[in-house]
Design a protein around this ligand. Structure first.
Ligand SMILES: Nc1nc2c(c(=O)[nH]1)N[C@H]1C(S)=C(S)[C@@H](COP(=O)(O)OP(=O)(O)OC[C@H]3O[C@@H](n4cnc5c(=O)[nH]c(N)nc54)[C@H](O)[C@@H]3O)O[C@H]1N2
Ligand SMILES: Nc1nc2c(c(=O)[nH]1)N[C@H]1C(S)=C(S)[C@@H](COP(=O)(O)OP(=O)(O)OC[C@H]3O[C@@H](n4cnc5c(=O)[nH]c(N)nc54)[C@H](O)[C@@H]3O)O[C@H]1N2
Ligand code: SF4
Ligand SMILES: [Mo]
Length: 764
């Protein structure tokens, strides 16, 4: 019997009962989800059991994704700022042509290299960054930055020197997992995080070491919880290293074969005054020795450092010391240990040599090609002739997320022109000369390049769930229109390339090579040309994914054996095409490479393909600890404020609607029981918090997980939101109204947001 429409029961035609696959975009885990949609509302969300990495896992936040998709402040028209600070709507053609002229004008007036590109993707959208790269390359934009330059550049500087590449732990397998200034229970960071943490806690043969200033939810599951004094991590790690040398727990034979610079490192660590450093770190020497022995005894050790140390004093040194630790105990390239991994597209470069170029305006080291975030505003506000004259900001909210918000606001007002692309009106968009409204991440194809899986690495390309909201465009289309308006590409250039793409990938590759040889801008435009050509051959809504064809080719060229081991067939370009076709077809994610642990050393990019422990700058800083104190407080500002803690309902600034939070509505200031009683404060009271940079009033939460002298505010609060239009209302404290741009690591320039000296007063 042929089924006609009328014979299908009503329930089956009800689109609200269909589940659509995508991922959660609230943190880098990008757990696979299935959603139901009614009209344009995401009405239900559940974990996707078929998803390659998350296997059905989600946390509580994914359920509330509709607050992102349907934020009341979604942008629906390009905007232009008038002199009085108000905005008018522009049609797309006018907006594109004015911005194209403005950018070309900056190059013409000041010479190339004075435009800065900031951002390029958040927790869920990295395809947009491939298009940003196209714009940079045709406009000669060399100055760029993004959030990585306020957290991961110190780590990259160390990893570049030690491994020449990025490394990651295997926490699901590790005998000992170390979480250093990292609270994975809330911040996640590896697949099925809470499941893995609970498994480790249950398993008598495996151990968890947590080094944190607060007794976190993760610390509650730990076998060894070292509650360090704020800023004490360098002292603590130095002591652990000295202990494993003193007690002869070092993996000597393995080191001789796999590591260079061991002698210099051992000499430096042997000098560390163990008892003195344990005392400064605030942890008993017995506890430190017990943890050191457990780590050294393990067959595999994986370490995850995060913001608790990356945004605190001695951050770059700590990045080195914790890697020296996993190296000295021989835990690289073994199952459950640290290892390098493949990337479909590297997040950024790990080629640091210690001789990084210096920013001509501020003098800060440009690590991995990124201007240190803390120095961007300073450079713009200087009178240096080479200062940045224009800002192109995409998928980032630096006025809110970078140190000293007021300074960044002033910087945006002082450049010749600033452009922001976002889905909502943000603190940053509210300072821009032009605002482009982007289609949301559920209205276009998107993916991320966070994946660091080993031995198997994965990638998930998402298909749109909805048509772009009226008035918005996917970034690929915005860039394509800009490139055309600036005259870098014409329809005539594209027609033959589109025809070649229809004929096949190889035909396209040959035609594109020839076209780029004749007109180099076409080569420079990379992603835009692929979007316009290969993009047109992809299934509906997937055109924005076209640049991944090139990335899949590169992956197959670099790792042909590992790509084949992951299940793809073919040689040369056919192999890359096979990965790309699989990526486009799958909503559950795919394996892209399959390694063996023996490959870990082949993935190193150091000259001898060995790990390098000899970083003289680090030995110098290590020695200087003897004359240093962990706490950077003084009589005026006696507390250490962690400005920006991850909690159960924080997600950077992705969620603006305060009603998405099921608890901690205002983002409380947490303080210890002792400090609360000294100040006469109870939970729910108002407290004034003051730092060198500013002052704010927050609601207090007396919390027995906090140590005396340490206070914390959540990240991502203090956002403006106006459900009914009108002036946006603020909820909670914006942490960077309290931070200073000059408070930063001397090597990487990364901020010390977790260690802001502060004072507290009860508000009556
Ligand atoms: N829920 C949620 N998850 C997120 C995010 C989010 O906004 N919300 N953001 C994502 C992003 S972008 C990132 S980078 C990660 C960050 O993830 P994490 O780094 O884990 O997050 P934080 O809470 O900022 O800091 C971690 C810990 O550092 C501790 N800490 C503070 N000072 C010190 C110190 O001096 N020494 C030590 N050892 N510890 C200290 C804090 O007590 C805290 O437990 O989270 C990601 N995941
Ligand atoms: N004091 C303090 N400051 C901090 C931190 C801290 O712990 N303390 N944490 C820092 C860290 S680790 C990070 S990673 C940064 C994060 O800060 P940012 O790098 O500024 O990123 P997000 O807050 O994630 O903002 C992402 C922006 O992208 C927009 N967006 C979402 N989807 C799309 C899309 O499809 N297209 C476009 N064009 N835009 C989109 C969102 O609306 C939002 O405005 O904050 C940092 N700032
Ligand atoms: S916020 Fe939760 S559900 Fe979303 S990606 Fe992160 S861990 Fe997964
Ligand atoms: Mo981050």
């Amino acid at each position: 019997m042929t089924t006609t429409e009328s014979t299908i029961p009503a329930a089956e035609t009800d689109t609200t009962l269909e589940w659509h696959k995508n991922v959660c975009i609230l943190c880098s885990n990008n757990c696979g989800v299935e959603v139901r949609i009614d009209e344009r509302e995401i009405t239900r969300v559940r974990g996707n059991k078929e998803h390659v990495t998350s296997k059905g896992y989600t946390c509580e936040k994914a359920l509330r994704l509709n607050h992102y998709q349907n934020a009341a402040t979604r942008l629906t028209s390009p905007l232009k700022r008038l002199d009085d600070g108000s905005y008018i709507e522009l049609d797309w053609d006018t907006a594109i042509s004015e911005v194209a002229d403005a950018l070309l004008g900056v190059n013409a007036t000041h010479g190339e290299g004075k435009i800065m590109y900031y951002g390029g993707g958040g927790q869920g959208n990295h395809l947009v960054g491939t298009y940003g790269a196209a714009l940079r390359s045709v406009l000669g934009i060399t100055r760029k930055s993004n959030a990585l330059a306020q957290e991961k550049t110190g780590e990259a500087w160390v990893e570049g020197r030690m491994y020449g590449t990025h490394t990651h732990g295997e926490f699901a397998e590790a005998e000992v997992s170390i979480f250093l200034g990292k609270n994975p229970w809330h911040s996640h960071g590896f697949d099925e995080t809470r499941r893995v943490l609970k498994e480790i806690a249950k398993d008598d043969d495996r151990s968890m070491v947590v080094i944190d200033v607060r007794r976190t939810e993760t610390a509650d599951l730990a076998d060894y919880f070292l509650q360090v004094t704020p800023g004490g991590d360098a002292f603590l790690l130095a002591a652990i290293l000295a202990i494993i040398i003193e007690e002869d727990l070092v993996a000597n034979d393995w080191l001789a074969e796999n590591v260079v610079g061991t002698e210099a490192a051992i000499a430096a660590f042997s000098d560390v005054p163990i008892a003195n450093h344990c005392e400064k770190a605030g942890v008993s020497e017995d506890d430190v020795r017990a943890a050191a022995r457990r780590i050294a005894r393990a067959n595999s050790v994986s370490v995850y450092e995060d913001l608790g140390v990356e945004m605190a004093p001695h951050s770059t040194l700590i990045s080195y010391l914790q890697r020296a630790l996993s190296t000295l105990v021989g835990s690289y390239g073994v199952p459950g240990g640290m290892t390098a991994h493949t990337s479909l597209v590297p997040l950024f470069s790990y080629g640091a040599t210690g001789r990084e170029p210096l920013d001509p305006v501020t003098g800060g080291a440009i690590i991995s090609g990124l201007v240190p975030c803390n120095e961007i505003a300073e450079g713009i506000l200087s009178d240096h002739p080479d200062r940045t004259r224009a800002l192109f900001i995409e998928s980032a909210n630096p006025v809110h997320s970078l140190a000293e918000s007021e300074k960044f606001r002033q910087a945006m007002r002082s450049v010749d022109v600033s452009i922001v692309t976002d889905v909502v009106m943000t603190e940053t968009a509210a300072e821009a000369d032009y605002v482009f409204p982007a289609a949301s991440q559920y209205e276009k194809a998107e993916m991320t390049f966070f994946s660091a899986g080993f031995p198997t690495n994965h990638a998930t390309l998402r298909a749109p769930l909805l048509e772009p909201l009226e008035g918005t465009l996917p970034e690929a289309e915005i860039y394509s229109r800009l490139a055309k308006a600036m005259g870098f590409v014409t329809e005539e250039d594209l027609v033959p390339l589109r025809e070649a793409a229809v004929a096949g990938y190889d035909e396209f590759a040959a035609a594109y090579m020839n076209a780029a040889a004749e007109k180099p801008a076409l080569g420079a435009l990379g992603a835009v040309v692929l979007y316009e050509t290969i993009g047109a051959t992809l299934p509906d809504g997937m055109a924005m994914a076209a640049p991944m064809w090139f990335s899949c080719q590169q992956l197959a060229m670099r790792y042909p054996d590992q790509v084949r081991a992951a299940g793809y067939e073919g040689e040369g370009s056919a192999l890359g095409n096979a990965v790309f076709d699989a990526l486009v077809a799958s909503r559950d994610g795919i394996a892209i490479t399959q390694h063996e642990h023996g490959d870990s050393f082949d993935l190193l990019r150091t000259p001898e393909q060995k790990i390098n422990l000899d970083l003289p700058e680090m030995f110098e800083e290590l020695q200087s600890l003897v004359n240093d104190d962990p706490l950077k407080t003084d009589d005026e500002f006696p507390y250490v404020l962690s400005a920006g803690e991850r909690r159960s309902f924080t997600a950077n600034t992705i969620m603006r609607d305060p009603s998405w939070r099921k608890k901690d509505a205002e983002g409380a200031l947490r303080l210890s029981t002792d400090d609360a009683s000294d100040l006469g404060i109870a939970t729910g009271d108002r407290v004034r918090i003051t730092t060198a940079a500013g002052s704010a009033v927050a609601v207090a939460e007396v919390n027995d997980t906090m140590q005396a002298g340490h206070i914390s505010l959540p990240n991502g609060l203090g956002l403006g939101y106006s459900p009914a239009g009108g002036e946006p209302e603020l909820t909670g404290v914006a942490p960077n109204e309290l931070t200073s741009a000059g408070w930063k690591d001397p090597i990487a320039g990364t901020p010390w947001h977790k260690h802001v000296p502060a004072k507290l007063e009860a508000v009556s």
